[in-house]
Every structure is written in structure tokens, then in C-alpha cells.
Design a protein around this ligand. Structure first.
Ligand code: FMN
Length: 654
């Protein structure tokens, strides 16, 4: 059915064994000096071994002084780095996959403390509205130097034995800034007409070609559309313009085009939060594929093989994803073997990019994946041993921690009994999947159900974990992953009223709350999602209250932009700086920062003030076997903490 995905593709002298591309994904696993690390080697090799025909590295700086995006991204501005890159290339090539390095200069999206005088460089001195980093326009001679740096880095990629080089002309980095009329206002030969704006790319392509071999593949990654109109600016690269650029790149000797979108000011169109559907930007890849004769690689929130096939049927040669292959490096193998229902789905939660950005503060804070606890830890984790020998383990709770623990224990050959007191498995995922755009969490539940069905795991629904129930199983260990319950502070009077609901109660209410006046207290992600669901799907008027001075404290900005763009269309008021004092009847009283008290009436009030752990009861210490606490029961967190906690707990069972 998906055979076409596994046909080879020729890009100049490189024959890629199939059509799947692990797209560049900043991971910042490099050594501090920019050399490739063992973590890089194992990370990329895992994606090759899992079925990606072509694996492309993260951004690799051509200039560590003016062009580093992070203290730990790859750097290839000197020959001494070549051996580490060779090792990285060979690790992936040993899996049968082809390996490419993406070379880049961040321009004004660089990190000022890593730049000379703390100032980034750009074509015309226009700062990024997102970072606001100080920047200055490049002198003409400096542009020539940067061209030379790109060519030298490209030559080093070739010398390292990598199969191809990719020029990063996307996402608002320096080469993209030159291509974009929004950021390039130069009046020398590098600005003005479309051809002039592309002149820097022409010189780099020709320079690399001249100093490598005629067969060495040069791939150009570009932003097919900057989507500036989505943020109210009628400027920037559009698809029509990108088509013209790609025709020029082909003419100048590029061997393939890798189509992406967006820039830092339109980041949600580059790596998309939940609001964007799978396949939404396929038009970009298909349009460019129709305009050029060289192979086109395209990403478009590809999660399922159907979406990949749609791109291929639309003329695209190769299908790329970063996040799906981060979440499940074995995607390709699973699809080839007809086991696509076992794909661990990327849920577009943005935890990868959020954790990556945290590395700007702490270079050793790792990039993590919510659903794949092995992502980025490939070099730390030994393969799972099959040492369970049918011994029994009871897992209490079937939220993400419990399900992941059951999966790992099952793979280890334990016999697993999962006790879930609710009628459905999934824990908080069940109600978290209900608000608009959150259906991907259902994918996660289905994934676990399908994976566990093939393992020695029994899911017992509607069963309360008591000492007797557990003892009857005579387990060798218990994993307590019973989750958490909503916080209801005893200090606030009136919360015991039946008009006061927790988020799960509000979301699952039967009959649903429709057309009501609802007060939601607490604007963390859950509170906002409840507000969105009630207002957009159920016709409620919602007044959202938050104690601190901003709505959505602590929410990653891309997710915030995404959900607020939808919430803004609904009948919802936002009330930051309001502390809930009490509830009486159907009136809530809030105190503002200046001490003023205000009242809000409601049909229902939803209290979304966070969660507290469901601790293991005292009797568990008398079971006589190790009881390992995991997930929210250990410490309330998000899906990533729960899944990783469940995974680590299951590995720790002796
Ligand atoms: C955490 C993260 C890091 C990324 N780093 C890079 C990068 O180094 N270079 C690049 O060209 N694109 C980068 N991207 C963009 C991806 O290659 C890809 O185009 C984007 O994530 C959309 O595809 P996906 O939904 O399949 O992940 C990154 C995306 C994410 C989420």
C-alpha cells in the first residue's frame, strides 16, 4: 500500500534507499566546541536504523564567532572538526541510510552573547521582531567572507565523507534573510531584484560545486512561504517567489530542494503547534515539485503514511519530518512492515522546541520528547533486556506513566496487570483529548492500546487497586502510577458547591454545559483549553480569571499564540490579576492587586488551579515487594515527565 515510500531516489551521485527524510532538527547535543558528539552519532544512527533513507543534521554553523545559534549546535568552521563529523556520518551510513549536514548562519537570529560585541549580523540591519537581538547590516566585504565560510564548510562536509550538504536558506536565518524582500533592503549586488537577493546562494552553490565533486549533492532548504500576511505584514517570501528561486537554484546546480516554511516571526508556520492539521502545507512542496526537475523533499506535519503518500502522489520525491521521526525513529520500518498502527505519534505538543530553547539558558538542558523517552538518550540507554521471565508486575493507573511502564515491562518479558479504576484507559489523556485540536492525544491512547495488545499486558478497566487485589496477583513489584487529582484549596470558601467543577468534570459533564455562563478560574493550559472548549464548541459565555498579571503563565509562547488565536474568536473575557476569594451561591468574589473586590456570577465555575499527586497509600509499604512511584504520583508534571517516569520506573524493576 505504501510501497512507493520505499523506492530509492537519486539525488545527483547519491542514491537514497527510500523516500523518507529525517529533517534537520536542532538538538544541541554537540560538544561545546561544536564538534559532533557520541550523542549525535547515536541519535542520527537511530533514525537511519529506523527507516529514514536520508538523515540530515541539525543546523551546523559555518562561523562560530558571528554565526552560532546556540552554545551547543554543531560547528564546522575548521578542519579539526572533520574527524568528529566523519564519525557521525559513518555511524548513520552503517545503518544503510545516507547522511547530510545542514550548514547555516543564523544572521540576526543568532545569540548575541555568542557574537562579536554582542551584536548579530543581517543583510540590512533589521532585527528579528521575535528575538529583538541587536543586529547590524553586513558590509559588502563581510558578505564575501560569509560566502567563503559557507563554501569552506561545504567542502568540509564533503571531506568528512557525508553523502550530501544542505544549505539552510529557510526559517529566517541569514540566507533566508537575503532571499526575503522583508529583510533584504540592500542596494549592492546582493539586494534589489529577486536574482540579486539570491546571488549569495548562487555563489555558495557554485563555490561548493567547484571545490568538491560534480556528483556531490547540494540540497537547498528554503522557506516556500514566510506567511508574513498571517501576522499582518504584506511582505516576505511567497510561494510564487519561492518557485522562481527554486528554478534559479536548479539552474545554478542545486541537486534537490527541501521545502519548509515560516521564519522566527511566523514560527507557528515553521514548526506547528496543535492548531495546524496534518498535511496543511503540502501545497508548497507539490507546487515547487511541479516547477523544477530536481527532486523535492517536503515536510507538512507528516504523521501518518497516508499524508506522506499524498505528497508523493502530488509529485514530491521525498517526504520529511523532524518531530515524527524524533517521536518514533522506527516509523519507516513500521510502515514498511505494515505495522503502522504501532507508530508512536508526535502529538505536536512543542515540548521538543520548548526544551531546545531552554538550552539557551542552560547548554546542558537536554531536548526531550513527550512521547519518546529514549529520544536524545540513545547513547545513554542500553537496549532493553528480556529478563522478565514471565514474572508479574502490577501497574496501578493507566495514564501515560502507567501505560509506558506497562509497555517497557511487557517488552522485557514481564507479565503485566494494569489496574485502572475508570472505565477507559488513558488517565488524564482521556479528558485532555476533548478540547478543540487536542485529538492527537487520542492517537496516543490508541497507540498504547495497540502496542500493549501485542505484549503480555492485561488492561483491567473499572478495577480499584486495593491491597487484596494486588496481593492476589502475587507480583514481584508494583508500579504506582495513579496520577493526580485537581487542587481545591481549603482556604477558599464555597468550593464544595455542586456548581463548582474540576476541569475533567466540566469537560465530561453529562449533559454537557451548553449555552451557560461559566467562570473558569486559573489560566494554565488546562484552564484555557476548558475555556476554549466551552465557548467554541458548547456555546458558553466564559469569563476566564487568573491570579497573576498575565494570562497563561508558564505556557510556551508558540502554544499560547496558537490557542489564543482561537480563543480570541470566542465569547470569552480574560481577567488577569484576579485572586479568587470565595464562592457563594452562583457568585464568585475576586480580589484585584489594588485590593478592590469584584464579583462574577455564573451557572458553573470551573476551578483549574493545578493538580496534586495521588500518593501511594500506606498499605502499599506492607505488600512486601518493591513499590516504585511514577508519573504524577511522584511529581505532578506534563506528558513528557509522565512517560519518561513510567519508562524509567519500568527499567528499574529488578
Ligand atoms: C525542535 C526543532 C528543531 C528544529 N531545528 C531545525 C534545524 O536545525 N534546521 C532546520 O532546517 N529545521 C529545523 N526544524 C524544522 C524541522 O526540520 C521541520 O521543518 C519542522 O519541524 C516541521 O516538520 P515536522 O512537523 O515534521 O517536525 C526544527 C524543528 C523543531 C521542532
Amino acid at each position: 500500500m505504501y510501497e512507493k515510500l520505499f523506492e530509492p531516489v537519486k539525488i545527483n551521485g547519491m542514491v537514497v534507499p527510500n523516500r523518507l527524510v529525517f529533517e534537520p532538527m536542532g538538538n544541541y547535543y554537540a560538544e561545546l566546541n561544536g564538534d559532533a558528539s557520541q550523542r549525535d552519532c547515536d541519535f542520527y544512527a537511530a533514525r537511519g536504523a529506523g527507516g529514514c533513507g536520508l538523515v540530515i543534521t541539525e543546523v551546523c554553523s559555518v562561523d562560530r564567532i558571528a554565526g552560532r545559534g546556540d552554545a551547543r549546535n554543531l560547528v564546522l568552521d575548521n578542519d579539526e572538526a572533520i574527524p568528529s563529523f566523519r564519525k557521525m556520518a559513518e555511524a548513520t551510513q552503517a545503518t544503510g541510510a545516507k547522511f547530510a549536514v545542514e550548514i547555516y548562519h543564523p544572521g540576526c537570529q543568532g545569540v548575541p552573547p555568542l557574537c562579536v560585541d554582542g551584536v548579530t549580523v543581517s543583510p540590512s540591519g533589521q532585527p528579528s521582531k521575535l528575538t529583538g537581538a541587536p543586529t547590524r547590516a553586513l558590509e559588502h566585504d563581510e558578505v564575501l567572507d560569509i560566502i567563503e565560510e559557507f563554501i569552506a564548510a561545504g567542502v568540509r562536509v564533503w571531506k568528512s565523507g557525508a553523502d550530501a550538504v544542505e544549505l539552510h536558506c529557510a526559517h529566517g536565518y541569514l540566507l533566508c534573510q537575503f532571499l526575503s524582500p522583508y529583510t533584504n533592503h540592500r542596494d549592492d549586488e546582493f539586494g534589489g531584484s529577486l536574482e540579486n537577493r539570491a546571488e549569495i546562494v548562487r555563489r555558495i552553490i557554485c563555490g561548493i560545486r567547484e571545490r568538491t565533486s560534480p556528483e556531490f549533492p547540494i540540497i537547498v532548504r528554503l522557506t516556500a512561504d514566510e506567511y508574513m500576511r498571517m501576522v499582518g505584514i504584506e511582505d516576505g517570501i511567497t510561494l510564487d517567489m519561492a518557485v522562481e528561486y527554486c528554478k534559479l537554484f536548479e539552474q545554478w546546480g542545486a541537486d534537490a530542494i527541501d521545502v519548509s516554511a515560516g521564519n522566527y516571526e511566523t514560527m507557528n508556520w515553521a514548526w506547528e503547534p496543535v492548531g495546524f492539521d496534518e498535511g496543511w502545507k503540502s501545497v508548497n512542496g507539490k507546487t515547487i515539485a511541479a516547477a523544477v526537475d530536481i527532486p523535492v523533499i517536503a515536510c507538512s506535519v507528516v504523521r501518518h503514511p497516508e499524508t506522506a503518500m499524498d505528497l508523493i502522489d502530488g509529485g514530491v520525491a521525498m517526504v520529511g519530518s523532524a518531530r515524527q521521526f524524533f517521536a518514533d525513529p522506527d516509523w519507516g520500518n513500521k510502515v514498511r512492515e505494515g505495522a503502522d498502527k504501532l507508530i508512536r505519534p508526535c502529538i505536536s505538543c512543542m515540548r521538543c522546541i520548548e526544551s531546545l530553547m531552554a538550552a539557551h539558558e542552560d547548554p546542558f538542558s537536554p531536548m526531550v520528547c513527550s512521547v519518546n523517552p529514549e529520544a536524545g538518550r540513545e547513547c545513554d540507554l542500553k537496549p532493553l533486556e528480556k529478563d522478565g521471565d514471565g514474572r508479574k508486575v502490577v501497574v496501578v493507573g493507566s495514564g501515560p506513566a502507567g501505560l509506558e511502564a506497562a509497555r517497557v515491562l511487557g517488552l522485557r518479558g514481564f507479565e503485566v496487570v494494569v489496574l485502572e479504576k475508570a472505565a477507559e484507559v488513558g488517565g488524564q489523556l482521556v479528558f485532555a483529548a476533548k478540547p478543540p485540536k487536542k485529538w492527537r492525544l487520542d492517537w496516543l491512547i490508541r497507540y498504547y492500546e495497540d502496542v500493549l495488545a501485542d505484549l503480555p499486558v492485561e488492561l483491567r478497566r473499572g478495577v480499584e487497586a486495593t491491597a487484596d487485589v494486588i496481593a492476589a496477583e502475587a507480583p514481584v513489584a508494583v508500579i504506582w502510577a495513579a496520577g493526580s487529582v485537581p487542587v481545591k484549596p481549603g482556604s477558599i470558601a464555597g468550593l464544595e458547591s455542586e456548581l463548582v467543577l474540576t476541569p475533567p468534570e466540566a469537560i465530561m459533564a453529562e449533559p454537557p454545559l451548553t449555552g451557560e455562563k461559566v467562570v473558569v478560574v486559573g489560566s494554565g493550559m488546562t484552564g484555557i483549553e476548558v475555556a476554549e472548549m466551552l465557548s467554541s464548541k458548547q456555546g458558553c459565555h466564559v469569563d476566564l480569571y487568573e491570579m497573576v498579571d498575565e494570562i497563561g503563565p508558564g505556557i510556551f509562547f508558540q502554544n499560547m499564540i496558537d490557542i489564543m488565536s482561537r480563543l480570541g474568536q470566542t465569547d470569552t473575557t480574560l481577567n488577569p490579576g484576579h485572586k479568587l476569594l470565595k464562592v457563594e451561591g452562583n457568585v464568585a468574589t475576586f480580589e484585584k492587586a489594588d485590593g478592590e473586590q469584584v464579583e462574577a456570577s455564573f451557572d458553573h465555575l470551573v476551578l483549574s488551579l493545578g493538580m496534586r499527586p495521588t500518593a501511594a497509600p500506606a498499605w502499599t509499604s506492607e505488600l512486601g515487594v518493591p513499590v516504585i512511584i511514577a508519573g504524577d504520583s511522584e511529581k505532578v508534571g506534563r506528558i513528557q515527565e509522565a512517560v519518561t517516569g513510567g519508562y524509567d520506573a519500568a527499567r528499574s524493576v529488578k
